[in-house]
Design a protein around this ligand. Sequence first.
Ligand code: DGL
Length: 264
Amino acid sequence: MKNTVGIFDSGLGGLTAAYEFENLFAGKKYIYFGDTARVPYGSKSKDTICRYALQDTGFLISKGASLIVAACGTVSANAIEALRQRFSVPVIGVVEPAAEKAARIAAAGGGRVLVLGTEATVKSGAYEKAISAIDSSLCVKSVPCPMFVPLVENGYTEGAAAELFVREYLSPYLSYGADAVILGCTHYPHLSGVIGAFLGGSVLVNSGREAAEAVSRLITADNAADGKAEFYVSDAPESFARLAGVFLKRDATEGVKCIDIESY
Ligand code: DGL
């Protein structure tokens, strides 16, 4: 039986992983769920994030997913253990792969990592734990950037509004001189242009891309099921389809279906 990958996020952010999956596994099927009725996750409690993540994963498995990518920093930081305990399929999160990449970059430079994430991700300390387990000599600072998710969900990925919030959150860290900046929420790579221009020399680590790379270390194209991507959301399929097309750099207007996630 070939593998079908299920990818989920609170909304559009996980498309950063889906986009990389499409590049790495051209013509291979994946099932995407964006929890558009309940986004954002980043301001919720750990218990709520776990409950949502269990439902999202249960839904993808009911559709035939045999490998799950929690393409959400908030879920990866707060609920990955709960998912691995509940389900027998492999669950890949974004924290471990992004931490590994950033640690490699920082170790070869000045030893400094900056993590950008949601409130819940920063509060969890998950990136600090993952990086210090790899190399405890590295210095890690984390910044919550709560306005980034609504900016991305509304398509403000460049221009004055995005620049204003990037300056607001990141000005205090300009002098820190991070070697690697982890875009620890999968929505944030959509703001890479503005963040990269503001921070200058730091290498940006796209956590969605690193998660997709982690999938390619677990399965090969030969044992991945063929077929088209399927998209499901919990609310407003039309606006998801419109922005999904922009983020996937292809037409994604067909076949986004709305489901009742509370029943899973
Ligand atoms: N894209 C998500 C993350 O990686 C969720 C953001 C949110 O819903 O607050 O954290």
